[in-house]
Design a protein around this ligand. Structure first.
Ligand code: 0L1
Ligand code: MG
Length: 267
């Protein structure tokens, strides 16, 4: 009999998160943990998050850019959940005490006006359902050692969710060229990553459509008022205690995130 099943993997992932403990990917021992199994585990853990009082705020996509797919060696995008427990205000430091090995990546964020339900959603119909666009940054964290995982592992792990911040400035989707929108990521003042909105599936609206169509396979939709993080535009940068990360967009503003204090230091 396999050592792992959906229930035990779900419980172990939440335990790793609570204890700030990483582990080897489950697929090392349970290769049958595929993407569909990963989604059942992800949804089971969303239910547990909601049962303990977290509020569902929306959806995040993972691995929608070539840069991210190459780095993680997983070559398909996927969908996961964001809750209010993951929200950072502008100016908040990286919540090191909750995370194992945080990394930061820039994201285009949509706030939804209308319900978006697949299948058959296109970039155009997806963008017509968007209320506003913002820039943001996701602080990803993985329950897998050295971020080593296969597709089923990372889907089960809610796509390496950790925390995220949305820059206060918002624009109407009609007032921004999302393909050309540039972003730069600085670590301790040094430029480390650059990209544009085109790096996200050619246009972040394609990622939004992809999310709606993928959720439809599980009978789910994106609801009015929800946020959608469309996926890291560039590779993520490490955000250790004491570091300073700045994410600077062309028109969507910028945010500086301090690495914060080392929760394991005794002083
Ligand atoms: O750990 C990872 O990089 C997987 C999650 C990807 C998140 C993203 O691409 O936005
Ligand atoms: Mg992301």
């Amino acid at each position: 009999m396999a050592k792992w099943d959906e229930e035990s993997v779900a419980a172990e992932l939440l335990a790793c998160e609570a204890e700030r403990r990483d582990r080897e990917p489950f697929t090392d021992e349970w290769p049958e943990l595929d993407v569909d199994t990963g989604y059942r585990i992800q949804d089971a853990n969303l239910e547990k998050r909601l049962a303990r009082g977290e509020k569902l705020l929306g959806v995040k996509l993972g691995l929608t850019s070539e840069a991210k797919q190459r780095r993680m060696n997983v070559h398909a995008p996927f969908v996961a959940w964001v809750t209010d427990d993951m929200v950072m205000a502008v100016g908040d430091p990286v919540p090191q005490a909750k995370l194992i090995h945080p990394r930061i990546e820039p994201e285009i964020v949509f706030v939804m006006k209308d319900r978006l339900e697949g299948p058959g959603v296109t970039r155009e119909s997806a963008m017509a359902a968007v209320e506003s666009v913002a820039g943001g940054a996701e602080v990803i964290d993985s329950r897998y050692r050295n971020f080593r995982f296969r597709a089923g592992d990372v889907v089960a792990d809610n796509a390496s969710s950790g925390a995220y911040v949305v820059i206060e400035k918002t624009v109407s989707p009609d007032d921004i060229d999302l393909i050309a929108e540039p972003v730069e990521v600085y670590v301790d003042g040094k430029l480390e990553q650059t990209g544009t909105g085109a790096d996200v599936q050619g246009h972040p609206g394609e990622a939004l459509a992809l999310a709606a169509n993928d959720l439809a396979r599980r009978g789910l939709a994106i609801e009015p008022g929800q946020v959608v993080l469309t996926g890291g535009i560039t590779d993520a940068v490490f955000a250790p205690p004491g570091s300073t990360i700045e994410v600077r967009f062309g028109t969507l503003g910028s945010v500086t995130i301090e690495g914060g204090e080392d929760p394991d230091s005794s002083s």
